[in-house]
Ligand binder design. Structure first.
Ligand SMILES: O=C(O)CCCC[C@@H]1SC[C@@H]2NC(=O)N[C@@H]21
Length: 232
């Protein structure tokens, strides 16, 4: 079920409130515009009309894989959806960004309250921000026009298929698909931790739980659970 509103603060905030009021799994909330869009690491997510701003609710079950791995489920679903409109242009970057030629096309933000996980997805369809330190792009910059509602119709169907696989088969097929669609093993990157520490290394795959593996220049292997990642 998709509920659409013209304006709101944040679809993530609204869906968390709806979850607390008893909303069920599979509910999507889409806004034409957000006035307080939330990004990762406490950043704002600029949300003018024309892009996709949508959130979906997942209710965790005791037998589910780790909740944090829903980030990879959302990423592979979004990548597949983007590929239906822009075949073979975007690549995944850990944990869940999509990039075209190094520029960010979309972002995903997971927020949790008890058994409710809200997965918020922003896709630059018509516009993208102009940030000197974080290059961004959009569908329109790639020469493709897509309406948010139409994009969400496709995404909702593809997401529900990957969510069922996550529940039925575990993380393995999602992890495998993510690895196929991401930067290759050996890609040089910097992981910036929330305390500001920057760790340079080579991409060395994912842990079984989806954490990032980095091979440092010293040969040491680091497992990163939360960071901003920059490809070098
Ligand atoms: O920083 C990121 O990369 C994540 C951005 C997530 C933005 C989306 S837009 C829909 C949903 N509502 C929000 O307030 N944020 C997410």
């Amino acid at each position: 079920m998709v509920r659409t509103v013209a304006d709101t603060g944040s679809t993530n905030a609204d869906l968390l409130a709806l979850a607390q009021a008893g909303a069920g799994e599979g509910m999507w909330l889409r806004a034409d515009r957000q006035s307080a869009g939330r990004g990762r690491q406490g950043r704002d997510w600029a949300s003018p009309a024309g892009n996709l701003y949508a959130s979906v609710l997942v209710r965790l079950r005791p037998s589910d894989p780790a909740a944090a791995t829903l980030a990879l489920v959302a990423a592979v679903a979004l990548d597949e959806t983007v590929g239906t409109f822009l075949p073979d242009r975007a690549r995944l970057k850990w944990p869940n960004d999509l990039l075209i030629d190094g520029a960010k096309l979309s972002g995903i933000l997971l927020e949790r309250a008890a058994d409710a996980v809200v997965i918020g997805i922003g896709v630059n369809l018509a516009h993208h921000p102009d940030l000197p330190d974080r290059p961004a792009t959009s569908f329109s910059a790639a020469g493709v026009a897509v309406e948010p509602a139409m994009f969400l119709d496709v995404l909702a169907e593809i997401f529900s298929r990957w969510l069922s696989r996550w529940r039925g088969e575990g993380l393995a097929p999602i992890r495998a698909r993510w690895l196929e669609r991401a930067h290759p093993i050996g890609t040089a990157l910097t992981a910036r931790l929330s305390d500001g520490t920057a760790i340079d290394g080579l991409f060395d795959g994912l842990d079984p739980d989806g954490a990032l593996n980095l091979r440092l220049a010293s040969g040491e292997r680091r497992v990163i659970h939360a960071a901003d990642v920059f490809l070098l």
